[in-house]
Ligand binder design. Structure first.
Ligand code: PEP
Length: 251
């Protein structure tokens, strides 16, 4: 049984003080026991959030360097993330791919490095609107997934989380229909089964991301292949993010 994982990607938002306040509030509001809750603050707030020692909130970074250490001004390494208490790191978010020209090869290199140091990568994949309109969704996503897992052993692969994020649904208020998201995620799982085997495919958690909010999370989570969500805008507010996490709590 895969435990759902819901992660809040704060992007370039929140000072240290704001991050602390949001996490303290969120920790109080989480009622759901069967969902792993993760926040992804900016680098500058990771240490402060970790120091809160909140048992019901895990910590993720939004990116990391593709080298362990060295002369890479402005970069943050996997060893630094481990040092600061990160359990996860988001890799290959579409904003990194599009705005910072990150390639599949770099994302794979980062994923292997993260796994080497026992940090679980949350690897983002997803198609543009033009690719969707050209019926290329599955081709694009399958190719990104194959590249992401290149050279990763089956033992490590089960610790990878995939976030299927159709780019046209990120920050736009548009959501893929639950059925569409489920279908693409099923294809991703089939691809993982082809690379490894069904056991590995059954263990890997695959999230949906793209304008997830408290009003649509229940429908998404009702789909059998969707194991959680990567939430952007709606994770910035503790009440709204808690409502997403508590989607299954009876009112
Ligand atoms: C994201 O940035 O990963 C994301 C899904 O953003 P939003 O929820 O705001 O669409």
């Amino acid at each position: 049984m895969r435990k759902p994982i819901i992660a809040g990607n704060w992007k370039m938002h929140k000072t240290i003080g704001e991050a602390i306040e949001t996490c303290r509030n969120l920790a109080e509001l989480i009622e759901e026991q069967n969902v792993e809750v993760v926040v992804c603050p900016p680098f500058t707030a990771l240490s402060a959030v970790n120091a809160l020692g909140l048992a019901n909130i895990g910590l993720a970074a939004q990116n990391m360097a593709d080298a362990e250490s060295g002369a890479y001004t402005g970069e943050v390494s996997v060893l630094m993330l481990r040092d600061i208490g990160c359990k996860y790191v988001i890799l290959g978010h579409s904003e990194r791919r599009e705005l910072f020209n990150e390639t599949d090869e770099q994302i794979n290199k980062k994923a292997r490095l993260a796994l080497k140091y026992r940090i679980n990568p949350i690897i983002c994949v997803g198609e543009t609107l033009a690719q969707r309109k050209a019926n290329e969704t599955e081709t694009v996503v399958v190719s990104q997934v194959k590249a992401a897992f290149d050279g990763i052993t089956a033992t490590d692969a089960v610790n990878v989380v995939i976030a299927y994020e159709p780019i046209w649904a990120i920050g736009t208020g548009e959501t893929a229909s639950a059925a569409d998201a489920n279908q693409v995620i099923a294809t991703i799982r089939k691809t993982i089964a082809e690379i490894y085997d069904q056991e590995v495919a059954n263990a890997v958690r695959i999230q949906y991301g793209g304008s997830v909010k408290s009003s649509n999370i229940k429908e998404l989570m009702a789909e059998p292949e969707i194991d959680g969500a990567l939430v952007g805008g709606a994770s910035l507010d503790a009440n709204e993010f808690a409502a997403i996490v508590n989607y299954n709590v009876a009112k």
